[in-house]
Design a binder for this molecule. Structure first.
Ligand code: FEO
Length: 173
């Protein structure tokens, strides 16, 4: 496997692992603050990021490279409020998108079209994840400081998690 591509894929493995930990910290915070729907959403999101990481690990190893399993760094344990949690999530996803774009760029520079093809799945995934985070933030902006609205938001988020397929159950992924 091309060394530059392998290094970039390993860097992405580390980013997906960090994302999983970050959303797990958000899930735990939400659970401790009575936001059960948000907590479920974040637990599922954390699992999905782990799935993103595993998909990369398997790809690197199957193509003759060596996947490096990264150390776990401590994510934040406290968050200001629900809106700031989703603002941080969007900011984080934008940085992941930049990293995926960089990976695409390296594949093209190194003429590694197989990896380029593989990475397209992540390009689409990032589009969906950023769009979802923006939709959620738009709703939270409408709700403002209204506690009743916040309660409904959390309940709706729980319903959406229960209705949506996850990485573990969606056979297309
Ligand atoms: Fe795997 Fe949300 O980036």
């Amino acid at each position: 496997m091309n060394e530059r591509v392998e290094a970039a894929l390993n860097d992405q493995i580390s980013k997906e692992a960090s994302s999983s930990q970050y959303y797990l910290a958000m899930a735990s915070w939400a659970e401790n603050n009575g936001l059960n729907g948000t907590s479920k959403f974040m637990y599922v999101h954390s699992d999905e990021e782990r799935f993103h990481m595993l998909k990369l690990v398997k790809f690197v190893n199957e193509r003759g490279g060596k996947a490096l399993i990264p150390a776990i760094s401590q994510p934040p344990t406290e968050f200001d409020n629900l809106k700031s949690v989703f603002e941080l999530l969007l900011k984080h996803e934008i940085s992941v998108t930049e990293s995926i774009n960089n990976l695409v760029d390296i594949c093209l520079q190194e003429k590694d079209y197989t990896t380029h093809n593989f990475v397209q799945w992540y390009v689409s995934e990032q589009l969906e994840e950023e769009a979802l985070a923006r939709t959620i933030l738009d709703k939270l902006k409408l709700i403002g400081d209204d506690n009743g609205g916040m309660y409904m938001f959390d309940r709706d988020l729980e319903a959406s998690v229960l209705a949506a397929p996850t990485a573990a159950t969606d056979t297309k992924k």
